[in-house]
Design a protein around this ligand. Structure first.
Ligand code: UDX
Length: 432
C-alpha cells in the first residue's frame, strides 16, 4: 500500500518507518520543519531512537520525504502524526493539527487516521476540522510507544486501538486492518473518545503507579529500609508485577506529565475533583523537589559545583521535555550553584537552552572534577560502570546522589563515597 504520514516526529517517524518495514508498504513522510526535512533527505534521524536509523536505511527505497502534499500522489491511507503540545493551562495547541487537516482537504476521499495524542472530547471534532461532512473515511489510532524502545514497541504492540466515528465505514476499517495485518496483537475498535481515553487513562495509570511507588519509597527511607526489597516483594503479586516499579527522583517526558494535565483539565471542566490525577502530579513535583533539596543540604554555601550525570528524561533518548534532570539543574543554578553535566545523547546547545548557565562536558568522568556533589538523574546504564574508588580523588566532596537507583549503596560507601539514594538508607563513606 501507499501510506502518507504527516509529521515526521517521535510518533510519525516510528510509525512510518515501522510500516515501511512491515509489509513492503511504500511510505511518504510529509514534514514542514526544514531541519527535519533536510536530515531525513540526508538519511539522518532528527530524533534519537534506537534502531530507527537502521530501519529507515533498510527501507529507504520504499520511503519518500516531502515538504508538502503537493507533489505526493494519492495514498491508500494517511496517518496524521503532528505534535499536539499543551500549554501551561492544559490547552492543546492544535495549530499543526489544523494545518495538516486543512492541507488534506485536497484529498477529500482519502482514508485518514489521526495518531496524534488528542484530549478526550476533541476527537469528535476531527471530521469538521478536516472539512468533511462526516467521519466515514476517518478514524483515530492512538499509539502506545515508549521513547527509547519505540521501534520494538511498534513491532510488538500490546494492542492496536482504532477509534471510530459513528459514520466510519467498514471499508475504512478494512484499510486500517490491511495496514496492520502482519502485526500480532489484540485489536480494539471503539468510539473515538473511548480510544483517546484508553491512551490517556493508561498513561495516567502508569503515572499513578510511579508516584505511588515514589511516595512509598520516601516512606521506606524514613523507616531506614531499602524500598527495593519492599517493592521486590510487592511486585511478586501477579496483579502488580515487577515492571514499572522503580523509585526515582521523578518521572518526566512529554507524555505522562501531559496526560495527567489533560485528564485533570478534562475532569475539572466537567466539575469533577480529579483528586488522584492532581495528587499524582503533585507527588511527582515534590519527589523532584526533595531530591534537589537534599543535594543542596549537603553543599557548602553558594557557588558550589555539582556534577550531574544525565539530562534526558530517560535513558536511550535525547528528549529533555519534562526531564527531572533539567528541573534539578535549573534549581541548582537558581540557588547560585554551578552545574557541570554530561549526557550521552543530549547536544550541548539543547542543554544550554533548557538550563541556561549549565556547563556541559563530553564524558561522565569530567563532571567529577572539583565537584562538591555528584548526582545521577537519568538511568543511562553506563553511569553504573564508573570506577568510583578510582574517581574519588577527582571530587572535592565524595557525595553521590543516586536519583535512579542505579548503584548499590553499600558498594558506593566501600568505594569511599557518601551515598544518598531514592527510597534507600543513606550510607556514609566507608573510610569514615
Ligand atoms: C510513556 C508510556 O510508557 C507509553 O506507553 C506512552 O505511549 C508514552 O508515555 P515514555 O514517557 O516514552 O512512555 O517512557 P516511560 O518508559 O513510560 O518512562 C516515563 C518516565 O518514567 C521516565 O522519566 C522514566 O525514567 C520514568 N520511570 C519509568 C521511572 O521513574 N520508574 C520506572 O519504573 C519506569
Amino acid at each position: 500500500m501507499h501510506i502518507v504520514v504527516i509529521g515526521a516526529g517521535y510518533v510519525g517517524l516510528v510509525t512510518g518507518v515501522g510500516l515501511a518495514g512491515l509489509a513492503d508498504h511504500r511510505v511518504t513522510f510529509v514534514e514542514t520543519a526544514r531541519d527535519r526535512l533536510a536530515a531525513l533527505r540526508a538519511g539522518r534521524m532528527p530524533i534519537v531512537e534506537p534502531g530507527l536509523g537502521e530501519a529507515f536505511g533498510a527501507a529507504r527505497d520504499r520511503i519518500e520525504v516531502a515538504g508538502s502534499l503537493d507533489a505526493v500522489r494519492s495514498p491508500d491511507v494517511v496517518f496524521v502524526a503532528v505534535a499536539t503540545p499543551i500549554s501551561e493551562a492544559g490547552d492543546p495547541d492544535l495549530r499543526q493539527l489544523r494545518a495538516a487537516l486543512a492541507d488534506l482537504r485536497a484529498w477529500s476521499d482519502a482514508h485518514v487516521s489521526v495518531r496524534s495524542t488528542l484530549p478526550p472530547g476533541l476527537s469528535s471534532r476531527l471530521p469538521a476540522l478536516a472539512g468533511r461532512p462526516n467521519g466515514s473515511r476517518m478514524s483515530t489510532n492512538p499509539e502506545f510507544l515508549r521513547q527509547g524502545s519505540a521501534m520494538r514497541d511498534f513491532r510488538n504492540p500490546s494492542r492496536i486501538v482504532v477509534g471510530r466515528f459513528p459514520e466510519t465505514s467498514p471499508e475504512h476499517l478494512a484499510v486500517l486492518e490491511a495496514v496492520y495485518a502482519p502485526l500480532e496483537a489484540p485489536r480494539l475498535t471503539v468510539g473515538v473518545v473511548a480510544a483517546e481515553l484508553i491512551k490517556n487513562v493508561a498513561n495516567g495509570f502508569l503515572a499513578l503507579r510511579l508516584s505511588f511507588v515514589n511516595e512509598m519509597a520516601t516512606l521506606a527511607e524514613e523507616f531506614g529500609v531499602d524500598a527495593d526489597e519492599v517493592l521486590a516483594g510487592v511486585g511478586l503479586d501477579p496483579r502488580i508485577g515487577p515492571d514499572y516499579l522503580r523509585p526515582s527522583l521523578g518521572f518526566g517526558g512529554s507524555c505522562l506529565p501531559k496526560e495527567l494535565q489533560v485528564l485533570t483539565v478534562a475532569g475539572r471542566r466537567r466539575g469533577l475533583p480529579m483528586h488522584l490525577a492532581r495528587a499524582v502530579a503533585q507527588v511527582n513535583v515534590e519527589q523532584q523537589d526533595r531530591f534537589v533539596r537534599r543535594i543542596i543540604r549537603d553543599l557548602p554555601d553558594g557557588g558550589a559545583l555539582v556534577g550531574l550525570l544525565g539530562l534526558s528524561f530517560k535513558a536511550d533518548t535525547d528528549d529533555l521535555r519534562g526531564s527531572p534532570a533539567v528541573y534539578v539543574a535549573r534549581r541548582l543554578l537558581d540557588a547560585g550553584h554551578r552545574v557541570r553535566a554530561f549526557d550521552p545523547a543530549v547536544r550541548p546547545e539543547a542543554a544550554e537552552r533548557a538550563a541556561p548557565g549549565i556547563e556541559v562536558v563530553d564524558c561522565a568522568e569530567a563532571v567529577l572534577d572539583g565537584a562538591h556533589a555528584v548526582a545521577i538523574a537519568t538511568e543511562w546504564p553506563q553511569f553504573a560502570e564508573l570506577d568510583l574508588a578510582a574517581l574519588r580523588t577527582r571530587v572535592a566532596r565524595a557525595v553521590l546522589h543516586d536519583g535512579r537507583g542505579l548503584l548499590d549503596g553499600d558498594a558506593v560507601a566501600r568505594a569511599g563515597w557518601a551515598y544518598r539514594g531514592v527510597g534507600r538508607r543513606e550510607r556514609e563513606a566507608a573510610d569514615g
